[in-house]
Design a protein around this ligand. Structure first.
Ligand code: ZN
Length: 204
């Protein structure tokens, strides 16, 4: 079947009928030439060796690779980085009662206690792992709960609390909390951001 080029007007649409040979040449894919590093990014960071093999064997029509690869893609390097294991306990466990106490505030809980408590707070002795739990209605009660725990624990053991270890949450870093710690000579240690494992003694 042979067609000769002509234009047919059909309402608003112009249709051009062309010879089949011309249509084939119009569909012929153009070659794409790019540096190896760019192909590496475009193809989902597959290895540069694989890309070179693909180009060599003509797996992708029109694919042309320019120059050697750097083998130094920052995205790949970041993706391959790993974390060292984070210990769930302190490297040096306390040898005396109350020398270090871990604390964490949990909540708000969906179900309240019958007295209307939304939160609970833990105080864990690093030496014995004895844990005291208190219930609070508001986050602001953290300091009051700490004062009660400190008074009871010191009276019971005859020792002084020296270090309070927390995740650095806002309830432990208010001005009132910091001034109470300073006034009583208590040092506050905080874990690194986004590493709840470091406060593993307190985390439920
Ligand atoms: Zn990469």
């Amino acid at each position: 079947m042979r067609y000769s080029p002509k234009h047919i007007k059909s309402k608003q649409i112009w249709v051009e009928i062309i010879k089949p040979e011309k249509a084939m040449s119009a569909c012929k894919p153009r070659s794409s030439k790019a540096p190896l590093s760019l192909w590496h990014c475009c193809l989902g960071h597959i290895s540069e060796e694989t890309i070179q093999n693909m180009a060599k064997e003509g797996v992708i029509t029109g694919m042309e690779v320019e120059g050697p690869g750097s083998g130094n893609c920052s995205t790949c390097l970041k993706g391959k980085q790993t974390w060292s294991n984070i210990p769930h306990v302190t490297e040096e466990q306390s040898t005396k009662v109350l020398s270090r106490v871990f604390s964490d505030l949990c909540g708000p809980m969906e179900t309240l206690t019958t007295e209307g408590h939304h939160y609970f707070i833990t105080f864990t002795n690093d030496y014995s792992h004895y844990t005291h739990i208190g219930f609070c209605k508001h986050k602001d009660d953290t300091l009051t709960m700490f004062k009660i725990f400190k008074a009871c624990a010191e009276k019971e053991t005859g020792k002084s609390l020296k270090i309070l270890c927390t995740d650095g949450g806002g309830e432990y870093s208010s001005n009132a909390f910091n001034s109470f710690l300073a006034k009583n000579g208590i040092k506050q240690e905080t874990t690194n951001p986004y590493t709840p494992q470091e406060n593993g003694v307190s985390k439920c």
